[in-house]
Design a protein around this ligand. Structure first.
Ligand code: HEC
Ligand code: HEC
Length: 159
């Protein structure tokens, strides 16, 4: 971040003009963060099992009432990135799979038992309803979450 800020504008422009697939092409993680962070935060991949991410990415045209479809190259990069970092992937954290039956494919983090147990008090006032991105799904309203981490500190840091 700080390094990037120091780069002269010309270097940045040159990087942006390079053809896709060149040395400075976006990493799968950057592709994920940009594309899947356009409408809501880019959720940490470790919060869902690989089968959930696979099902979500396979049906982006009908994504919770939105068309979130992407080109083939971005879709493939995101798919691999999510599978590698999923809760049950090689780099994931299986503790988030608590209480999830292997034959169930959750389509929401907010449907995951771990999430509902932790946030039971928040569900009571009907936080799950409202226009646009539901408040419950906007983890970053209450957490400092990076694209790769878990939920940050609880609390009301606001936005
Ligand atoms: C065009 C806007 C848009 C884009 C782009 C988008 N989403 Fe979504 N996404 C939504 C909306 C709307 C919801 C429903 C949120 C709500 O409950 O209000 C949602 C919900 C989700 C949820 C469930 C959140 C929860 O736990 O309730 C996941 C997971 C998700 N998106 C993943 C992705 C992934 C992965 C990508 C990139 C491939 C992506 N989204 C790109 C609009 C988008
Ligand atoms: C309205 C505020 C709010 C929203 C929205 C919210 N959380 Fe939380 N979250 C909390 C609070 C408060 C706690 C601490 C709960 C407690 O200790 O009783 C917490 C705790 C957690 C924890 C366990 C503590 C930790 O830091 O490891 C995780 C993980 C977590 N949240 C993830 C998420 C994710 C992922 C989302 C979005 C899908 C989300 N939260 C949305 C308020 C929120």
């Amino acid at each position: 971040m700080t390094r990037l800020a120091l780069l002269p504008v010309g270097v940045l422009l040159a990087a942006m003009l390079l053809p896709a697939g060149a040395a400075l092409a976006a990493t799968p993680q950057q592709t994920y963060t940009t594309q899947c962070g356009a409408c809501h935060m880019a959720y940490p991949p470790t919060l869902l099992p690989a089968r959930s991410w696979k099902a979500i990415v396979a049906n982006l045209r009908h994504h919770f009432g939105e068309d979130a479809s992407l080109g083939r190259r971005d879709t493939a990069a995101i798919s691999t990135y999510l599978a590698d970092n999923a809760a049950d992937g090689p780099l994931g954290n299986r503790r988030f799979l608590m209480g999830v039956s292997p034959d169930v494919t959750p389509m929401r983090i907010t449907d995951m038992p771990f999430w509902r147990v932790i946030h039971v008090r928040l569900l009571r006032p009907g936080i799950g309803t409202g226009p646009g991105i539901r408040k419950a799904a906007a983890c970053n309203l209450c957490h400092n979450v990076s694209g790769n981490g878990e939920g940050g500190e609880g609390g009301e840091s606001g936005g």
